[in-house]
Design a protein around this ligand. Structure first.
Ligand SMILES: Nc1c(C(=O)O)ncn1[C@@H]1O[C@H](COP(=O)(O)O)[C@@H](O)[C@H]1O
Length: 166
């Protein structure tokens, strides 16, 4: 589909560098599929002006999906979604005191009209957000669609090959 140096199609943003342990799983999946992407720390709380600028420029820069991860009072995905029509995929990052249940509820309970597609808490959510971004791109990219089908087939085979210690 694209060379790694091509303009990013997917933006991966997170509220803090402390979210990287989780969000790296989204980046790893995008890399595995060869999808041009960028990864940045953007915080609605700590850098609201930069967050607005990022969201406002996203569509014009060619981003087709934004994966936004945050923990605790996780307003980043919703606020980005408020400022762009690029699909926003929200990843709840596990928090220190409430295990990410606060992150999940902060992201998922959006008011009607401003959607954030919300994923599971943690690593699986980050990986699945990337797979959804890839699926969005695959609607107009047959090569990427074929790679996604192969990924699914490998996963099915791995499940069928699972053995139990009997
Ligand atoms: N939820 C947000 C936002 C935001 O939503 O704008 N900005 C930072 N944070 C979150 O604060 C947590 C703690 O951040 P620090 O580790 O930097 O103190 C992180 O999980 C981050 O996503």
């Amino acid at each position: 589909m694209s060379t790694p140096s091509a303009a990013p199609l997917v933006g991966v943003i997170m509220g803090s560098s402390s979210d990287w342990d989780v969000m790296q799983h989204a980046v790893a999946m995008l890399k595995e599929f060869g999808v041009p992407h960028e990864a940045k720390v953007i915080s609605a709380h700590r850098m609201p002006d930069q967050m607005f600028a990022y969201a406002e420029a996203a569509r014009g820069r060619g981003l087709r999906a934004i994966i936004a991860g945050a923990g605790g009072a996780a307003h980043l995905p919703g606020m980005v979604a408020a400022k762009t029509i690029v699909p926003v995929l929200g990843v709840p990052v596990p928090s220190k005191y409430l295990r990410g249940e606060d992150s999940l509820l902060s992201i998922v309970q959006m008011p009607k009209g401003i959607p954030v597609s919300t994923f599971a808490i943690g690593e699986a959510g980050a990986a699945n957000a990337a797979l959804t971004a890839i699926a969005i791109l695959a609607t107009t990219d047959d090569q990427l669609a074929a790679r996604l089908q192969e990924f699914r087939a490998r996963q099915t085979q791995a499940a069928m090959d699972m053995a139990l210690p009997t």
